[in-house]
Design a protein around this ligand. Structure first.
Ligand code: PLP
Length: 398
């Protein structure tokens, strides 16, 4: 009998219907809702919504100047980079943006990647630390970067420098002297809207001789001179790796690392998503540069913070528990079913603010995440507040 003959062929494929059904059963199946634009008020699959769910915090994704910068770069440089930056894809659009980012962040140099996710994964992998000390609420791209770096990952309690010190201390007693260590934290946490105690983390990191990496995804463009929390706190010279995205307040696409010359040069050579992936599209680079210029010089930031203050005050005044201290306002209702009912009731009133439940957030802390933009008008904010009042009464939360 020939080899394989007479044997029953096994199905070694993937039962994806069963996996999707399982997600559905656990209430975790997601679907796509298609928007006509990134403006604060737009249509999703035909229904108009006032959007309080976007990371386009400064409203610059639909700004004429940012759109014109992208158009001009497409015309002058090209719609795509055409190759890895190390081959022919390194363009004037990338270099101009990197100079502006380095200037904003007060570093020798900056390097852009095709997404913030790629920047985190590649930077962690290229540094290849033996041990990473990571805040328990760090973003998925940091968690994946730690896995891909094959580092021992020691998770410390959220925003707790004392717990970090305990873990560093314990490791210091057990470890070889030549181990390389990295502490990594988001600066603004995307689900809680709170801010890492960066000055204390710098002190603890310095005490143990470890490097500190800060993810400024939700802070870049919003603080001092268009920088992040690192700039607000004047810690630029104490943070070894300042990472961020171009995709949120900078209204474009891509990620960046701002750091010392040797670190950036190392990433150019060793960050796999930089080396083995096509350079960021030039229109995205030019749009982010224009947005950063506007963030640095205009009153956009003030307009965002005014909207944040009005919403926070209005929601708290109705009796909602509004956590955080930034532009991300988590309205915590506790129960998952209540959060999803509030999400639905807001949607019926034309307001889009997503309900977030476990496993994304801990049990008992389900919430609706409200994110205003600088371009929401005073009427938009009042509409949102009125919707929260009526929806909260309907669901029985107020
Ligand atoms: C804290 C944080 N880091 C990194 C990223 C990834 O950035 P990007 O969306 O540009 O890939 C995100 C995106 O949600 C984020 O919230």
């Amino acid at each position: 009998m020939a080899e394989g003959e007479g044997q029953q062929t096994r199905d070694r494929g993937f039962d994806l219907r069963a996996r999707l059904d399982e997600r559905e059963r656990r209430g975790l199946k997601r679907s796509l809702d298609t928007a006509e634009s990134a403006a604060p008020r737009t249509r999703f699959d035909g229904d108009e919504r006032l959007v309080f769910a976007s990371n386009n915090y400064l409203g610059l994704a639909t700004d004429d100047r940012v759109q014109a910068a992208a158009t001009e770069a497409a015309r002058e440089v090209g719609a795509g980079a055409g190759a890895s930056r190390l081959v022919t894809g390194d363009t004037t659009a990338h270099r101009a943006l990197e100079r502006e980012l380095a200037d904003t962040k007060g570093t020798d140099r900056a390097l852009v990647f095709s997404s913030g996710y790629a920047a985190n994964v590649s930077t962690l992998t290229a540094l290849s630390p033996d041990v990473v000390f990571s805040d328990e609420l760090n973003h998925a791209s940091i968690i994946d970067g730690c896995r891909m770096a094959d580092a021992d990952t020691l998770v410390y309690d959220h925003c707790d420098p004392a717990d970090l010190r305990r873990r560093l201390d314990r490791r210091a007693r057990e470890a070889d002297d030549d181990e390389s260590w990295l502490v990594v934290t988001d600066s603004v946490f995307s689900m809680d809207g709170d801010v890492a105690p960066l000055a204390d983390l710098c002190d603890v990191a310095a005490e143990y001789g470890t490097w500190l990496m800060v993810d400024e995804a939700h802070a870049t463009g919003l603080y001092e001179d268009g920088g992040g929390v690192v700039q607000r706190e004047g810690l630029g010279d104490r943070v070894d790796v300042q990472m961020g995205t171009l995709s949120k307040a900078l209204a474009s696409q891509g990620g960046y690392v701002a750091a010392s010359e040797p670190l950036v040069e190392h990433l150019v050579n060793a960050a796999r998503s930089f080396v083995f992936s096509t350079g960021l599209a030039p229109p995205a680079a030019a749009a982010a540069r224009e947005a950063l210029g506007i963030a640095r010089e205009s009153d956009r930031r003030d307009r965002l913070w005014e909207n944040v203050a009005r919403l926070r005050e209005g929601l708290a005044g109705m009796g909602y528990e509004v956590r955080g201290e930034t532009q991300i306002l988590p309205v915590v209702v506790g129960d998952a079913a209540d959060a999803m009912a509030l999400d639905d009731a807001l949607r019926e009133r034309g307001v889009l603010a997503p309900g977030i439940r476990p496993p994304t957030v801990p049990e008992g802390t389900s919430r609706v995440r409200v994110a205003p933009m600088a371009t929401h008008t005073a009427e938009d904010i009042e509409h949102c507040l009125a919707a929260f009042r009526a929806a909260g009464e309907e669901v029985g939360l107020l």
